[in-house]
Design a protein around this ligand. Structure first.
Ligand code: COI
Length: 355
């Protein structure tokens, strides 16, 4: 695909850049932002002219619905730089599509392609120095929309703000990832907003995840809310299980995010002749596979996390450790995915888009 720029955009450049103050070798995820941001307001049924302006706080009415009813959605994307200094996006059409699906589910207006993708292209053109070369380096892109309309009536707003901010990133998790399998709390329910990238889906996980952190686990693998027997997703990542040389992941549903890294991994694994099964995976199956020695790997997959091996899990107060493999499939797939993203290998899927 080709991204068309938007001619109709106001650009106000920052007078100085913060880039020389940043230690790109020591980045903790999502704490540093580039010099500019994209802003586009929606008023009374119409998207206004977008602008690119210096990154800065802005004021918003205390009664805005985003504060009271959490009417907010976001996306997570990444830009990569190749050896020739060209900047590439990975499957940006998928993020754009998913963003508007989330908007519909949250009764928010859909964002036009020229604002989301065209605006992003122009923002990245200005900020390309912030995309560093070399595997492991990327510029994390956070498009989001909030309801800015005033009033505490519990109904959708008529005013919204769409923004894009950018943050140089290395890895999301530092160190080993151990997970707790959910027995009581739930991330999502059928008919709810689990498939949307709604802000509330993430904040609702903070409390149970904090309890898990206190026990030494970085994440929770959520189970279905009705029976807590099916393994679903990890909140910041979709999850894959390799049992007896087959790679399993749960089908997407009203409760599970349609992860772009998830679907890319499925396609990559199939291309590498890995047997892949997309079907519900039971907690009991996982425990049995651990006990009979057929569980080989568990890993998470997401834009921020990329592919993250999971070294062990706790379920019903028992900790199960995974085998330490010499050549885990997780790392092989990560390498293949990265090689496409950084334009080292040929992108036979047509996933990468040049800025
Ligand atoms: C991403 O992977 O981009 C996400 O949106 C997950 C987020 C919680 C960091």
């Amino acid at each position: 695909m080709e991204i068309k720029t938007t001619a109709d955009i106001d650009i106000k450049l920052a007078s100085t850049s913060k880039i020389n103050e940043v230690d790109f070798e020591k980045l903790s995820f999502g704490n540093i932002f580039t010099d500019h941001m994209l802003v586009c307001d929606y008023e009374n049924g119409v998207w206004k002219k977008p602008s690119i302006e210096p990154y800065a706080p802005f004021t918003i009415d205390p009664s805005a619905k985003v504060f009271h009813y959490g009417q907010a959605i976001f996306e997570g994307m990444k830009a990569f730089k190749d050896e020739n200094d060209a900047v590439w996006l990975f499957r940006p059409d998928q993020n754009y599509e998913r963003f508007n699906k989330s908007a519909v589910r949250m009764a928010m207006p859909e964002v036009p392609e020229e604002v989301f993708l065209g605006g992003l292209k122009q923002l990245l053109d200005i900020e390309k120095e912030w995309v560093k070369k070399g595997k492991g380096n990327s510029l994390y892109i956070r498009p989001f929309m909030i309801a800015t309309g005033k009033g505490v009536v519990a109904a959708p707003a008529v005013y919204y703000r769409f923004m894009i901010i950018l943050s140089p990133a290395k890895s999301y998790y530092s160190g080993e990832v151990k997970v707790l399998i959910a027995e009581h709390f739930s991330r999502a329910a059928n008919g709810g907003i689990g498939a949307a990238k709604a802000a509330g889906n993430y904040s609702a996980q903070f409390y149970p995840t904090k309890l898990a952190n206190d026990k030494g686990y970085q994440q929770i693998i959520w189970t279905d809310d009705a029976t807590h027997t099916k393994l679903e997703e990890a909140g910041t990542m979709n999850v894959f299980f390799r049992i007896n040389n087959t790679l399993y992941t749960a089908p997407t549903s009203e409760r599970i995010l349609d992860g772009i890294t998830r679907k890319s991994i499925i396609d990559l694994a199939k291309r590498e002749n890995v047997n892949v099964e997309v079907r519900p995976v039971l907690v009991d199956e996982l425990v049995a596979a651990t006990e009979n020695g057929t569980l080989q790997e568990i890993f998470g997959a997401g834009t921020a996390a990329v592919i993250n091996p999971i070294v062990g899990f706790e379920y019903k107060e028992t900790y199960y450790e995974l085998p330490k493999l010499d050549n885990p499939l997780a790392l092989e797939l990560k390498e293949k995915l990265n090689n496409i993203q950084y334009k080292i290998d040929e992108d036979t899927f047509g996933w990468t888009v040049k800025i």
